[in-house]
Structure formats: C-alpha cells, structure tokens
Design a protein around this ligand. Sequence first.
Ligand code: NAD
Ligand code: UFG
Length: 332
Amino acid sequence: MKRILVTGGTGYIGSHTIIELYKRDYEIDVLDNLYNSKITVLDKLEKITDKRPGFYQVDLCDKEKLDKVFAEHEYDIVMHFAGLKAVGESVEQPLKYYENNVGGTVNLLECMQKHGVKKIVFSSSATVYGEQDTPKYDESMSTGMGITNPYGETKHVIEEILKDVAESDPEFEAVILRYFNPVGNHPSGLLGEDPNDIPNNLMPIIMKVSRGEIPELSVYGDDYPTPDGSGIRDYIHVVDLARGHVAAIEKMKPGVLIYNLGTGKGTSVFEMIKAFEKASGRKLPYKVVGRRAGDLAEMYADPAKAEKELDWKTELTVEDAMRDTMTYLNNL
Ligand code: NAD
Ligand code: UFG
C-alpha cells in the first residue's frame, strides 16, 4: 500500500482530499501546525471514512522536526497543501508569507530529497496567470506577470522551484494543480471550511453573514463588464477538486505536470448570492461597494487538459455546493 504524507491535511482542501484518497486505500499521515485548522478534523475524518490518519503537529519551517517525520516512515508521495492563503494579510505581512509558503516548501523539498521521496503534488492557484486577454485560462498561458499580491507570488515562485528541482533530478515527479475557486464541503455536513482567521473569500464570508457573524456581504463592484456587473469566477465543488488530486497521483510520471482544476463555467457574485438564498430559503443581506484592488472582472478555467489527461471532470454544481454548505451550517 502506498503511503502519502499530506501537509496541511487538517485544512479545508486537504481534509476533503483525504476522504477521496481513503476510497483508494492509501495509507496517510497528516502534517499540520494547526495554524488554520483544528485537530478535531481527524475525528470527523474517522467518522466519515472509518480510518484515521497518523498526525504530526509540525511546522514546515521547523526543519529538524520535519526531518524526523521523514525518518520515521518511507513515503511514496507528498501532497503539499500547507500554506497561508489570506491575500489581504499577505500584502500587509509579505515576509510571513514568503517564509511560511516558500521557505516551508524549500524545507519540505530538502527533506524529501534527503530521504529519497521523489513525488509531490502541489496546491497552486489560478492566481499565477495574472490578467490575460481572455477570461478563459488554460495551462499554455504565461505565468508570473501581473500577480497582484505576495500570496500569489509565493505560488508562482514555488511552481518555478518545482520546475528547477525536476530539471536537476530526472526521477523527480511533480504535479502542479492550479485551483480555481473551491467551494462547498462533504455532503455529510461534518467537514467544511472553518478558518481560524478572518476570511477574505466570497463563500466563507457568505457563510458568516448567514450565521449573523458578519452583518452583510460587501459586493465588490457591480460595474464590471459582465452581464450583471459583478465579478465572475469558476467555483469548483471541493469534492470534485479532491477527486482531481486522486486522478493526478494516478497519472504521475517524471517531470512536471500542470493542470487547471475548475469547472469551465463562470458564475457571478450576484448569481452566487441567489444560489445561496435558494438553498437556505433566506435573504442574504448585502450591499454593493467599490471594486477590490487587484480583482479581475472575469476568470474561469479551461479544464480540457485535466479532462483529457487525468480522465477527470467536475460532476457537481454551484447548487450542490450551496446545498452541502447548508447541511454543514445546520450541523454547526
Ligand atoms: P487551509 O488554511 O484550510 O489549509 C491549509 C493548512 O495548512 C492549514 O490547516 C494550516 O494550519 C496548515 N499550515 C499552514 N502553514 C503551515 C506550516 N508552515 N506548517 C504546517 N502546516 C501549515 O487552506 P485550504 O483552503 O485548504 O488550502 C490548501 C492549499 O490550497 C493552500 O496551499 C492554498 O494556498 C491552496 N489554494 C487554496 C484556494 C482556496 O480558495 N481555498 C485556492 C487556490 C489555492
Ligand atoms: N467578492 C465579493 N465580496 C467579498 C469577497 C469576494 O464581492 O466579500 C467577490 C470578488 O470580488 C470576486 C469573487 O467574489 O469577484 C470571488 O472572490 P474570492 O476572494 O472568493 O476569490 P478570488 O477569485 O478573488 O481569489 C481566489 C483566492 C485566491 C486565488 C484565486 C484563484 O482568494 O487565493 O481565487 O484561485 F488565487
């Protein structure tokens, strides 16, 4: 049985991916410093899958402890979700982001190299494309130009590091997955996005507004050149995203493979509000405010490469994501 080390495995996307990995009988250890997740996620994983991953509360920046984890087990693959992801905070505290995301990844790659682990799957982001001439983003487009925040820069830099390591070692295998906008949660309602910090993303904010923790949603602009004037993104159900990771590890080969994980369909902020209202049966308070600096009008994935090469495509809709979000919220 293959053994996988999942960094950031108690986080939102990592935990959902573990559920899908367990369907394929992988053995899993989680490494997380619990900065933005809770240890109770392991209990929830056990409830859903009947299996419990090994757990190391280790910070990727603590190289000594990290090395000990690699010394304890022989890993076949590392799935690397751990990272800080708050775009606004990264603008205020760029060094924290470079140290944690880039420094942490360098430590991880050094430990992998030392212990002969050659395979890594990395959580990248559509943000690496910056702004292009068309709203439909494919993997052949340039990256690294026009990224508007240090968080996005860390994703781009890590992608380049992975390419350099692959260049230096013909046996190294990396898959870079560029996520579009993950939403929703496991249909059991047991797991979900539960950030310890103040969220910047649309869906966690909608969830907090619906629970009365934030009075209203600020819609960042209704004057974009889109049909209803609000920003358009590609919202991918986290269960589909998780399945994409399983598809990716089954197709790994020496070198670097890069895939968009998205639905290929754009949804506007106003459409997201309507979909949430439909699923919850309640009005969602919002007000339109000015555009947020650095935001694009419209961005969605061209998922054709992943569909063809990974034999994977999304199956769930925004409506499914809203239904599952309501199950989760009603469970809290
Ligand atoms: P998350 O915050 O829920 O999970 C990340 C986990 O990493 C957390 O549990 C956190 O405690 C842990 N972590 C952070 N720094 C660490 C460190 N130095 N050492 C050990 N653990 C550390 O975030 P998520 O939404 O699950 O995102 C997972 C990955 O996907 C991240 O790399 C993120 O940048 C990337 N991504 C997320 C989105 C999104 O919208 N959620 C979009 C694109 C890419
Ligand atoms: N939005 C609002 N109000 C809010 C939050 C967001 O109107 O309070 C709007 C945004 O303007 C945008 C859409 O909702 O039009 C989605 O915004 P998010 O912040 O949820 O997502 P972004 O597409 O801006 O960015 C996200 C992640 C980035 C990642 C990028 C691409 O935050 O880290 O997707 O994957 F890089």
